[in-house]
Design a protein around this ligand. Structure first.
Ligand SMILES: [Zn+2]
Length: 495
C-alpha cells in the first residue's frame, strides 16, 4: 500500500504590498511583492480557507485527524486545530494535534502523519492490509480502525510580522496550505529523512512579538546551504536516486540570493529548483512557505515525476514523492489563486491591519458562556431547515416562516455561497479601512443571511452577484479572539 498526499490546496490572502511601496516609505531598495492578510485574518482563518475546498462531502467523513502547524497561531496555549475542525464542521471524534516552535513545524507534522499512515497500513507482521481487510475491520471496530483507511488533514499557516522598517519586512509573506494525507495519493511517498542541527539564524524570544535575525552570511553558509545540502544528499542515498532523476526540488530560503546559493550547492539545474519565483510574488510565509511552493510544483508536475520537499529549521525534514496519474484531476491550481490579487496603496493600512500603530480602542462585549453556547451557530455556521417544507432559516427559530410549522427544525450548515439581494456601505462603524460593507444574501436552497463583506476593495458590489462565506476574526471582546463568518466575492479562490 502506498501512502502520500491525496490533495493539497493553498490559500494566499488577496492583498499585496509591492516592494516599491516599502521603498517609498523607508527609502531602502525593495523588489517583488508580499502577500498581506486582511485585518480580519489570522493563521487560523487562513487555515480554514485552505482546508474547506478539500473537505468535499465524500471525503470529510473519512477524516480521522486534524493537525495545525504554525509559529503564529492565535493562541499559544489553546488548540487552533480544534477550532479549525469545528469551523470545517468536522465531528468531535477527530484526533487533534498542534505543531509549533520551528520553521519546520509543517515538515515535522507531515513526517508524523506519513509515518502514522504507513504504520496503520501494515499489520503486526508488516504485511500490507488490503482494502477488504480494512473495510471488514472497520465494520467490526468502528472508529478505532478509521485510522487505517482514514485520512489526515494537515494545515500549515503563517501570518508574519516584524518591526516596521526592518530589513525582513518586504520579504515576509502570509499564507496557508492544507493537505490530505492517506492511502490514495497522487504524490506517493518514496522515502524521507530527518535530522537536527542547532543554529542562531532566526528566532523569536517567547513573549516577544518580533523575530530577530542573526548574521545573514553566517546563517546562509552554515544554516540553509549546509543543512539543505546534507538533507538532499541523505534523501538521495535513502531513496537510491540520483539528482538528475528528480524533476523538482522544493525548499525555502530567506531571500533569493540564499535560494540561488542552495541551488548551486545542491548542483541543481534552475528548472529543478523550486520556490524562488513564488517568494518574489508573495514573500516567505515561514513554515507554510515550502508547502505553498510544493503546491505550485505539483501544478507543474506530470505522472512519473519525482518531487523532493526539503523543510528547513534547526535541521531538516526531507521527503521524496513520486507523482502518479491521479494528478490529472487533483492539480492545486495555484496560478489561478495568484492571479487574483489587489495591491494595497497605503502602507498605513498595513500598519493598522497588524496593529502596528495605535488605534481607537474598542470594547465590544463578549461572554465566554455565550460564545461556548453559540459555537454551532457562530463557528460551525449552523442554521436550521424545516423538515416539513425544507426552508432554511438563520438564526434559530421555532416556527417556520414559510409553512408556519412549529418545532420541526433540524440543524444544517448554511450553504457556502449566497446571492446578493441588497447591500450598504457603513462609514460609522470603526474599521482600519474607514468603511464596512454589509450585504443580505439569499441561498439557492432557501434562507437568507445578513453580514459583513470583506476583501472587497477594488471590487464593486452588485445585486445578484455571488458571495462566499469566509471565516474571519471579528473582534477581541472579552480578551479573546471572537470569530464569525463574513462574506467575500466568490471568484476563483474556492479551488
Ligand atoms: Zn416550513
Amino acid at each position: 500500500m502506498s501512502v502520500g498526499i491525496e490533495r493539497i490546496h493553498a490559500y494566499i490572502p488577496r492583498y499585496r504590498i509591492r516592494g516599491s511601496l516599502f521603498q517609498s516609505v523607508w527609502g531602502k531598495p525593495a523588489s517583488g511583492a508580499r502577500a498581506v492578510a486582511n485585518y480580519d485574518e489570522d493563521a487560523l482563518t487562513m487555515g480554514v480557507e485552505s482546508a474547506l475546498p478539500l473537505l468535499t462531502a465524500d471525503l470529510r467523513e473519512h477524516v480521522h485527524s486534524v493537525t495545525f502547524a504554525s509559529n503564529t497561531p492565535p493562541y499559544t496555549d489553546k488548540s487552533s486545530a480544534v477550532l479549525l475542525s469545528i469551523a470545517c464542521d468536522l465531528t468531535s471524534d477527530v484526533e487533534i494535534a498542534d505543531f509549533s516552535c520551528s520553521l519546520r513545524a509543517g515538515g515535522a507534522a507531515l513526517r508524523t502523519l506519513l509515518d502514522r499512515a504507513n504504520a496503520t497500513g501494515t499489520n503486526a507482521i508488516g504485511a500490507d492490509v488490503s482494502d477488504a481487510d480494512v473495510s471488514s475491520a472497520e465494520a467490526a471496530t468502528g472508529a478505532l480502525s478509521r485510522g487505517a483507511s482514514g485520512k489526515a488533514l494537515l494545515t500549515v499557516s503563517e501570518i508574519q510580522v516584524c518591526e516596521p522598517g526592518e530589513a525582513l519586512e518586504p520579504g515576509l509573506g502570509d499564507g496557508a496550505v492544507s493537505l490530505v494525507i492517506g492511502s490514495d495519493p497522487f504524490a506517493e511517498l518514496v522515502g524521507r529523512v530527518s535530522f537536527s542541527d542547532w543554529i542562531y539564524d532566526r528566532w523569536t524570544v517567547s513573549q516577544q512579538r518580533f523575530a530577530h535575525t542573526g548574521d545573514a552570511r553566517f546563517a546562509s553558509e552554515f544554516g540553509y546551504v549546509k543543512v539543505l545540502q546534507q538533507a538532499f544528499e541523505k534523501l538521495l542515498a535513502q531513496c537510491q536516486t540520483t539528482r538528475s532523476q528528480i524533476s523538482k526540488v522544493v525548499y525555502s530560503a530567506p531571500d533569493s540570493k540564499v535560494h540561488k546559493d542552495v541551488q548551486t550547492a545542491l548542483d541543481l539545474h534552475p528548472d529543478q529548483a523550486f520556490g524562488r519565483s513564488l517568494a518574489h510574488q508573495i514573500g516567505i510565509a515561514g513554515a507554510a512557505y515550502p508547502f505553498l511552493a510544493l503546491a505550485q510544483a505539483f501544478d507543474a508536475s506530470q505522472p512519473g515525476d519525482l518531487v523532493a520537499l526539503l523543510t528547513y529549521g534547526d535541521g531538516a525534514d526531507a521527503f521524496l514523492f513520486r507523482i502518479n496519474d491521479k494528478i490529472a484531476h487533483r492539480r492545486p491550481q495555484t496560478n489561478r489563486l495568484l492571479a487574483e490579487s489587489f495591491d494595497l496603496a497605503h502602507y498605513g493600512h498595513y500598519l493598522k491591519f497588524r496593529n502596528l500603530v495605535a488605534q481607537e480602542e474598542l470594547r465590544p462585549f463578549s461572554s465566554e458562556v455565550q460564545t461556548w453556547r453559540e459555537l454551532a451557530v457562530d463557528i460551525r455556521r449552523h442554521g436550521q431547515r424545516c423538515t416539513v417544507c425544507n426552508e432554511v432559516s438563520f438564526p434559530k427559530r421555532r416556527i417556520c416562516q414559510t409553512c408556519k410549522a412549529k418545532d420541526h427544525m433540524e440543524e444544517v450548515r448554511l450553504p457556502d455561497v449566497g446571492t446578493v439581494v441588497t447591500f450598504t456601505r457603513d462609514r460609522v462603524i470603526p474599521s482600519p479601512v474607514g468603511e464596512i460593507w454589509m450585504a443580505v444574501v439569499d441561498f439557492e436552497q432557501g434562507g437568507r443571511f445578513y453580514g459583513q463583506v470583506t476583501d472587497i476593495e477594488g471590487e464593486s458590489l452588485q445585486t445578484g452577484m455571488p458571495l462566499r462565506f469566509t471565516f474571519r476574526r471579528f473582534h477581541e471582546g472579552g480578551g479573546y479572539h471572537n470569530y464569525f463568518w463574513k462574506l467575500r466575492p466568490s471568484a476563483v479562490r474556492e479551488g
